[in-house]
Design a protein around this ligand. Structure first.
Ligand SMILES: [Zn+2]
Length: 110
């Protein structure tokens, strides 16, 4: 069963709160997409468990009965903290951010 919800969340690429579509499949969050820039994050629960505690993953990813302010805050916080390697699809924007980080690192070294 797939459930689509629209909500305001923080988008890393827009760098502000934007309208997002979040998709729950089988009771778990599977996909978060920014409706403004189109950036999409596909959620892989197994990979998340390597980084986050099961408590946190279940709290953030389990389909809520309703989207409370607390859940939205958790989701925004989660989007800000998610390591790029967890994303299951490579994104042009993610690569560009990676390039910028590498450039800064190189400059610091020289
Ligand atoms: Zn965006």
């Amino acid at each position: 069963m797939t459930t689509k919800l629209k909500t305001l969340l923080f988008c890393l690429y827009c760098n502000k709160e934007t309208s997002h579509t979040i998709i729950y499949k089988g009771g778990y969050l599977e996909d978060i997409k920014c409706n403004i820039c189109g950036n999409e994050i596909r959620i892989n629960r197994e990979k998340l468990l390597e980084t986050y505690t099961a408590d946190f993953v279940d709290r953030v990813l389990t389909k809520p009965h309703r989207l409370t302010e607390e859940i939205k805050r958790d989701l925004s916080q989660f989007l800000k903290s998610i390591p790029i390697r967890i994303l299951t699809k490579p994104y042009r924007i993610a690569r560009e951010i990676g390039d910028i980080l590498h450039q800064e690192k190189d400059e610091n070294c020289s």
